[in-house]
Design a protein around this ligand. Structure first.
Ligand code: AMP
Ligand code: MG
Length: 426
């Protein structure tokens, strides 16, 4: 078995490029689809082109409370008679007589003949209650089109509003609702097996004995899988023995994707890679020059087709994620989430990076690309980031206080306060 050192390790850039290319290729096969109620569509991936069922807006609409007018007449500052009134929900009325305005509320249809809406705050009124006039207050003038959204300005009937592959959130649900859609076609979620390995691990509900720790990574990865568009399937903890691993992996490999944590370093009880090999794995990489996450493994297993329902492909894409929780989280985000997103049918697959302003010096050693837990504030005009203090990649408390990872390039020996740096977003 190849060991995790020497020149056979990929650079981070090589591994990332490999994953991106593989995800792009996998995205060409579309997952099976299902219909869900709009209320249940948040977090799902759209499997159809959402089209406008009518012009949007369906009529020329006022965006203000005020007076529909002819801009040229209003800008002459003469008093104009109020010829009528429209509330939101009123059918289009009018036409607007010459030399007059039409009282109008936000969202109401603009009467024919009007080409602008004067804001209520910009007029003075005069006359008797039955013969009111209004006048646009000088020196203000108004242009044609002001405060009116014309019919079809947002979208024409039949126009594509959202492509298949869009992750559905609140805004997309509002748009679908405006098109009269009570249900949407979405992709079936891929199933992701999560298998934590290690003799020291006990279930969350257990009280650890001396030397034992709770299995925190399975729960963490289940949350990350759900956020990326998959259905997590947590398996019982596997022991550091060939027998336990073989049995657990055979079961887990019925899923479309498999995340294994632990057992991929160079230690005496790191038995995951040989177990994967026994099941017929093909390895794409077995180690990346990065920290944390150096021993990360990416490969594929043959999948038992008898068990495949509604799922694409005959492969189980599998990752051996280093056991420390921060390593598992970083390597999942960088190397597993993009493939999961592709199998979920998403067109945006990540990983997502951003620029931020570094607020304190960072000392490091060159050689590995680093992804260090960091806290970024988004309160100011430019995001500001600093490292959280941590005790290495087992430090769950540090990870929970961080909201991103600071990316330190492999050739850097330090990053200076004030520099613009890259952050990896969760
Ligand atoms: P390994 O990659 O198996 O050598 O594990 C590296 C470190 O991560 C060890 O300290 C393990 O105890 C810890 N670890 C492994 N798996 C988990 C897990 N599922 N939850 C929490 N810590 C873990
Ligand atoms: Mg272990």
């Amino acid at each position: 078995m190849a060991r995790k050192s020497g020149n056979d390790l990929l650079t981070y850039a090589q591994a990332a490029a490999f994953v991106a290319k593989r995800a792009e290729r996998l995205a060409r096969d579309k997952p099976a689809t299902q219909r869900v109620a709009l209320a249940a569509a948040a977090g799902r991936v759209l499997a159809e082109t959402l089209r406008a069922d009518t012009d949007q807006p369906p009529f020329a609409r006022s965006t203000r409370d005020g007076f529909a007018c002819r801009a040229a007449e209003a800008s002459a500052h003469r008093p104009l008679a109020i010829a009528g009134a429209s509330r939101a929900g009123d059918p289009p009325s009018g036409p607007l007589p010459h030399g007059a305005v039409w009282e109008i509320m936000t969202g109401a249809p603009v009467p024919r003949g009007a080409d602008a809406v004067i804001m209520l705050e910009h007029v003075e009124s005069a006359g008797s209650p039955t013969a009111l006039t209004v006048r646009l207050l000088p020196p203000r003038t108004i242009d044609k089109g002001e405060n009116i959204v014309t019919r079809g300005a947002q979208a024409r009937k039949g126009a594509a509003l959202l492509p298949a592959g869009t992750l559905i959130g609140a805004a997309q649900i509002a748009l679908a609702a405006s098109c009269g859609r009570a249900t949407l076609n979405v992709y079936v979620k891929p199933r992701v097996a999560i298998l934590s390995t290690g003799d020291e691990l006990v279930p969350i509900a257990a009280k650890p004995k001396p030397g034992q720790i709770r299995n925190s990574s399975s729960a963490m990865l289940a949350a990350m899988v759900a956020a990326a568009g998959g259905t997590p399937w947590i398996l019982p903890i596997a022991r550091d023995s060939a027998k336990s691993l073989d049995a657990a992996l055979a079961r887990a490999a019925t899923a479309e994707l498999l995340l294994i944590t632990g057992g991929v370093s160079a230690g005496k009880f790191d038995l995951v890679e040989p177990a994967l090999a026994r099941l017929g794995a093909r390895f794409h990489f077995t180690g990346v020059r990065m920290q944390p996450g150096k021993p990360v493994v990416f490969g594929e297993l043959p999948r038992s087709t008898a068990l495949i329902q509604n799922q694409i492909g005959t492969k189980c894409w599998c990752w051996g994620l280093p056991g420390n929780p921060v390593s598992s989280a970083v390597t999942f985000l960088l190397f597993a989430a993009p493939v999961l997103a592709a199998l979920a049918g998403r067109i945006d697959r990540g990983p997502r990076f951003a620029l931020a302003h570094l607020t304190a010096d960072v000392k490091t050693k060159p050689g590995l690309t680093r992804f260090l837990p960091a806290a970024c504030t988004f309160a100011g005009p430019v995001p500001e980031v600093e490292l959280v203090r941590w005790q290495g990649s087992g430090d769950l408390a540090a990870m929970a206080l961080a909201n991103c990872y600071l990316v330190v390039p492999a050739d850097a020996s330090s990053l200076d306060a004030g520099a613009m740096v890259n952050i990896l977003l969760p």
